[in-house]
Design a protein around this ligand. Structure first.
Ligand code: GLY
Length: 454
C-alpha cells in the first residue's frame, strides 16, 4: 500500500520511518518531508498542505491507500474531511473533532460536559466582562486565545495587571487575529505534566505508554517555552493506577462526549495532564501525535504501525486490544535547536556528524527542521532541527546513549538541554504541602518563615 504522510517535522519523520518498516508498505511519501525522511528512502513531495487540489491529484496518481496527517493546522482546516470526501482513507480527525485542539473554548466545554477534571475556567467574547472577572481571581491565572496561534496564544499571568494586558493584546489589539475573538481565563495548574496519547476510533481507544516532554528551553525548566526540547517514554510518574484513572476519567468520557456531540474522534487524542496536589487535571487536548513524544514512542513500538493506523481509519481498532507490543526498553529523545530558538534564528547551517551519530547502537536521529542545500549537504531549516533518540536497558542508559550521539553532531549555534529525563532520574524535592505544618516554636524564624535547610 502506498502511504502519504503530511508534514515535515520530527513527528512526521518518526511516523514515516516506522510505516516504511511495514511489510505491507509500498512507496511512502511525505509532503513536504525533510532531509531525514529523504535519507530514509521516503519520497518527499513538494506540496503544501493548503494545496488541497494538488494533494488530491497526487493521491489519485500515486494510488495512495492511506493518508496520515501529522500537524494540527491541516486537521483544523479540514484536510481529513476533504480527502475522505474524495474517497481516500485518512488517519486523523475531522475539522469538527479537531476543535478539541483548535478551539480552547470547545475543548473546555467538552471537558465540562464530560466531567473531565480540569482547571476552573470562564469563557469571554468581550474584553470588559473578562476584565471584571480578572479582578476577582487569585493568581496566577492563564489567559488563552480560543484558536490556534502557533503556540503563542497562551499567556501565564502572575498578577491581575498582567491578565488585563493579556486581554488587551488578544482581544483588543487582535495580536492573534481571529484566534483571539474569544478567550478562556483559567486557574494556573501546578505540578508535573505528563503526555498521554491514545489511538481513537469510534468508541474504541487504545492508550499508548505515557511520555514526558520538556517545554522550557533551558535546563531545570528555565526560560521561555518551546515546541518541546526532548521527551522520554515511558514516564514512571504515570503509574499503572494513574493510567487506569486517565482511561476512565479522561479518555472514555471525552470520546463519548464527542460522539454524542456528533464529532466522533478518529486519530490520536493527546491529553496533557498536570499531576496537581489535588489530583490529575487535564491542561489541554491535542488532536494529533505529540512532537517530540512521537519520536520515543516510535522507537519503542514493535507492532506494525501501518496496520495500526489503518485499523483506526477503518474503525476496527478493537482488533488490536491487548495486542500492541512495545520494546520494554525506555527511549529518550534530545532535541537539537538552532541558535536563538525559540526566538529568531537563521537557517542554512551545515550539519556535521549525522553519519557518525547514526552508528551509535540503538540510536535514531530524527530530522525536524532540515533540508538539502544546492551542494546536497544537510542544513538547518527550522528552530527544532534534530531529535536524537535512543533506547537503553534503563532510562539512565537511554539518556547516556542519546547524549553520546548528540556529542557527535554539530552545526553553528546548536543548543540543547542537557537534562532530558532527569525528572524521572533525579530524586524529586519533597512537595510543599498545601497547608504548611506548624513547626515547633524553636524551629521558627522571626516572621514565621521556615528556617533554612541545614
Ligand atoms: N509536545 C507537545 C506537543 O506536541 O504539543
Amino acid at each position: 500500500m502506498n502511504v502519504l504522510v503530511i508534514g515535515k517535522g520530527g513527528r512526521e519523520h518518526a511516523l514515516a520511518w516506522r510505516i516504511k518498516q511495514s511489510p505491507r508498505a509500498g512507496t511512502v511519501f511525505c509532503a513536504p518531508g525533510n532531509a531525514g525522511t529523504a535519507r530514509d528512502g521516503v519520497t518527499n513531495v513538494p506540496i503544501d498542505h493548503t494545496e488541497t487540489d494538488k494533494l488530491q491529484r497526487f493521491c489519485a496518481k500515486e494510488q495512495i491507500g492511506l493518508v496520515v496527517i501529522g500537524p494540527e493546522d491541516p486537521l483544523a482546516a479540514g484536510l481529513a474531511d476533504f480527502l475522505r470526501a474524495k474517497g481516500y482513507k485518512v488517519f486523523g480527525p475531522s475539522k469538527g473533532a479537531a476543535r478539541i485542539e483548535a478551539s480552547k473554548v470547545f475543548s473546555k466545554e467538552i471537558m465540562q460536559s464530560a466531567d473531565v477534571p480540569t482547571a476552573e475556567f470562564r469563557v469571554f467574547d468581550h474584553p470588559q466582562p473578562a476584565r471584571d472577572y480578572i479582578g476577582t481571581r487569585d493568581y496566577p491565572v492563564v489567559v488563552k486565545a480560543d484558536g490556534l496561534a502557533a503556540g503563542k496564544g497562551v499567556v501565564v499571568c502572575k498578577t491581575a495587571e498582567d491578565a488585563v494586558k493579556a486581554v488587551e493584546r488578544i482581544m483588543t489589539r487582535e495580536e492573534f487575529g481571529r484566534a483571539g475573538r474569544k478567550i478562556v481565563v483559567e486557574k494556573r495548574l501546578e505540578g508535573e505534566e505528563v503526555s498521554v496519547l491514545a489511538l481513537v476510533s469510534g468508541r474504541t481507544f487504545l492508550p499508548l505508554p505515557a511520555c514526558q516532554d520538556h517545554k522550557a528551553v533551558f535546563d531545570g525548566d528555565q526560560g521561555p517555552n518551546t515546541g518541546g526540547m526532548g521527551a522520554y517514554c515511558p514516564a514512571p510518574v504515570a503509574t499503572p493506577e494513574l493510567m487506569k484513572g486517565f482511561e476512565q476519567s479522561v479518555f472514555f468520557p471525552t470520546i463519548h462526549a464527542m460522539k454524542r456531540g456528533r464529532f466522533p474522534f478518529q486519530g490520536t487524542l493527546f491529553a496533557g495532564i498536570i499531576l496537581t496536589n489535588q489530583g490529575p487535571r487535564v491542561l489541554e487536548f491535542n488532536c494529533r501525535f505529540g512532537d517530540p513524544e512521537t519520536q520515543p514512542l516510535m522507537m519503542r513500538l514493535k507492532t506494525d504501525l501501518l496496520d495500526l493506523l489503518e485499523a483506526v481509519a477503518d474503525e476496527r481498532l478493537q482488533e488490536f486490544e491487548n495486542k500492541v507490543e512495545w520494546d520494554p526498553r525506555p527511549a529518550v529523545c534530545v532535541v537539537l535547536c538552532s541558535g536563538g530558538y525559540p526566538g529568531k534564528y537563521d537557517n542554512g547551517k551545515v550539519i556535521g556528524g549525522l553519519d557518525e551519530a547514526a552508528k551509535v547502537p540503538d540510536v535514531k536521529v530524527f530530522h525536524a527542521g532540515t533540508k538539502f542545500d544546492a551542494a546536497n549537504r544537510v542544513v538547518t531549516d527550522g528552530g527544532r532541527v534534530l531529535g536524537v533518540t535512543a533506547l537503553g536497558d534503563t532510562l539512565a542508559g537511554a539518556k547516556a546513549r542519546a547524549y553520546e550521539a548528540v556529542k557527535l553532531i554539530e552545526f553553528a549555534g546548536m543548543h540543547y538541554r542537557t537534562d532530558i529525563a532527569d525528572k524521572a532520574l533525579k530524586p524529586k524535592p519533597v512537595p510543599v504541602p498545601q497547608e504548611a505544618p506548624k513547626l515547633p516554636a524553636k524551629f521558627r524564624k522571626p516572621g514565621g518563615e521556615k528556617p533554612a535547610a541545614e
